[in-house]
Design a protein around this ligand. Structure first.
Ligand code: F6P
Length: 372
């Protein structure tokens, strides 16, 4: 055997993870490498729970949703152990060496990139792959999982249209994306939502209500409102910004504590905002309103063809990098090819929807209200 690869999947699951595991695994086996899969993200590496990923284990997984390895949101430096959260990084480093790994491949979103980088800083050879239905990992064209979730959310909006139309109702559909609006924006455009609200564009409830009333006046007595989980009102966004500025300016302990508490309280208030929005819209427009929260339906089930293809491409590209001993990088999607992006260029960054992004322009040009 030429090299030994460890692989783990961390953070929220995403369609295409198994296709990526298979891509890495099959290409590695063909290069005479040995592959170990750690269970449940970084926790499995810490607890030394693993399975050999031989050709038998990799068979038949391409089309399956979720991850055959299991996942968790546990972070190496704050690992829940009993009632405590402990820094277990050194234990992971020890287990890496115990298996004589040449590289650890970590499949995950923004949080996983950060955690993997922490291990790289401890001297481990790390390669990451970008996955998340949120599509918000920096420096990559896209992430696998996004296309599948986009299809699911769009199909849901299609279905909601006929019932909203029949009952002359507003249907507010909440779509995943706690920090970024790629999924709600993409599905909203593809599904023809009348209003799309994303975290990057704080909304004014009165502007949304007026857009819906205008539709009513023109004879469309129903509306579909596609809302990102993380969509935020202008008022709340301004209050949070204000507290953040205070926090940045002061070194006074008490003032910092106060500002942090204010941010936390505002964020907590915002997190239940979709429900409140339904009641507000009903009151402001006089139209009966309902809510549909798509939730984890968007992450489950069979990956789309595009996600299988992307995950397979990035998985096999990863093995190419291992053969070249190129470590400390993420395998980013770049056009039809890939790019090895140094981890330090990714961590702490998030790919937000730019306000002048073509999708934003498209939504506006077809007359969609973006709440601003
Ligand atoms: O990170 C992807 C994501 O699906 C977000 O859009 C969502 O807010 C979050 O995960 C939900 O995570 P969990 O499954 O841990 O509740």
């Amino acid at each position: 055997m030429s090299k030994t690869i460890g692989i783990l999947t961390a953070g929220g699951d995403s369609p295409g993870l198994n296709a990526a595991i298979r891509g890495v695994g099959k290409a590695a086996l063909r290069s005479d490498m040995y592959v170990l899969g750690f269970r449940d993200g970084f926790r499995g590496l810490m607890e030394n729970r693993f399975i050999p990923l031989d050709s038998h284990a990799l068979r038949g997984i391409l089309t399956i949703g979720g991850t055959i390895l299991g996942t968790s949101r546990d972070k190496p430096h704050r690992m829940p152990v009993g009632n405590q959260r402990l820094d277990m990084t050194d234990v992971m480093v020890e287990n890496y060496h115990r298996h004589h790994l040449d590289v650890l491949v970590c499949l995950g979103g923004g949080g996983t990139q950060k955690n993997a980088y922490r291990l790289a800083q401890k001297g481990l050879n790390i390669i990451t792959l970008p996955k998340t239905i949120d599509n918000d990992v920096a420096m990559t064209d896209s992430t696998f999982g996004f296309d599948t979730a986009l299809g699911i959310a769009t199909a849901a909006i299609d279905r909601l249209h006929s019932t909203a139309h029949s009952h002359h109702r507003i249907i507010v559909v909440e779509i995943m994306g706690h920090n970024t609006g790629w999924l709600a924006l993409g599905a909203g455009i593809a599904g023809g939502a009348d209003v799309i609200l994303i975290p990057e564009i704080p909304y004014d409830i009165n502007i949304i209500a007026e857009a819906i009333r205008r539709r009513s006046r023109r004879g469309s007595r129903f509306s579909i409102v596609a809302v990102s989980e993380g969509a935020i009102s202008k008022e709340n966004a301004a209050a949070i910004e204000d507290s953040r500025e205070k926090l940045a300016k002061t070194s006074d302990k008490e003032e910092r504590k106060q500002a942090k508490a204010q941010i936390k309280a505002r964020e907590a208030y915002q997190s239940g905002s979709t429900l409140r929005m339904v009641a507000q819209l009903e009151e402001l427009t006089g139209l009966e309103s309902r809510i549909t929260i798509l939730g984890h339906l968007q992450r489950g089930g069979t990956p789309s063809a595009a996600d299988r293809l992307l995950a397979s491409r990035l998985g096999t590209a990863c093995v190419q990098l291992i053969e070249e001993n190129k470590y400390g990088v993420m395998v980013a999607a770049c056009g039809e090819g890939f790019e090895a992006v140094p981890l330090e260029e990714i961590i702490g960054k998030r790919k937000m929807v730019p306000l002048d992004h073509p999708w934003v322009k498209t939504a506006r040009q077809v007359g969609t209200c973006l709440g601003d």
